[in-house]
Design a protein around this ligand. Structure first.
Ligand code: MN3
Length: 203
């Protein structure tokens, strides 16, 4: 039985960039909802309950057929949101330094080019989904978006940074203005945590 991890900050901590009401509904209703569905699915497969959700996502094709869609949608929803909360912080914003900064510049040409690439992936995702910065098994950084709750783990990639572009993530404050939400979101990105994920993924 998986339980909802608490946010590492208060619901209003990311104001004014992300409002408290959005954060509270997003965490206690949406994230909890994915967990409820995942728990219900796993309840029928006791032998699989001891595995990390990441492991289930990395091995989706090996799961019982009836469980695959549940893990893809709701297991993905759980791990995507768990990451999302940690890559934001009231002390966020600014720019990454160190090895991550160097790798971003080497991969995308410049810090600005990385930001443009990521923002474009987030803005052009049709419908609901996520924008990602991931590390491939070959040690390369990549930016792309996925539909729905599809996790980069499905492709064997390790997510380092994710941006939720479902309307539930921004509609109360930004309504239809997804581009404004994306632009403001940089102010809360917790680059120290992203750098830690990068170091862990390379280890
Ligand atoms: Mn969401």
């Amino acid at each position: 039985m998986l339980t909802l991890p608490p946010l590492p900050y208060a619901y209003d901590a990311l104001e004014p960039y992300i409002d408290a009401q959005t954060m509270k509904i997003h965490h206690t209703k949406h994230h909890q909802g994915y967990l409820n569905q995942l728990n219900a699915g796993l309840a029928e497969h006791p032998a699989l309950q001891g595995y990390a959700v990441e492991t289930l996502l990395r091995n989706l094709e090996s799961l019982p057929h009836g469980l695959q869609t549940i893990v893809r949608h709701h297991g993905g929803g759980h791990v995507n949101h768990r990451l999302f909360w940690t890559v934001m912080s009231p002390q966020g914003g600014g720019e990454p330094q160190g090895a991550l900064r160097e790798a971003l510049e080497q991969t995308f040409g410049s810090w600005a080019a990385f930001q443009e690439t990521f923002a474009r992936a987030a803005a052009t995702r049709f419908g609901s989904g996520w924008a990602w910065l991931v590390l491939t098994p070959f040690g390369e950084l990549r930016v792309y978006s996925t539909p729905n709750q599809d996790s980069p783990l499905l492709f064997g990639h390790t997510p380092l940074l994710g941006l939720d572009v479902w309307e539930h993530a921004y509609y109360l404050k930004y309504q239809n203005r997804r581009a404004d939400y994306i632009a403001q979101w940089w102010e809360v990105v917790h680059w120290d945590q992203v750098a830690t994920y990068y170091a862990q993924a390379r280890a």
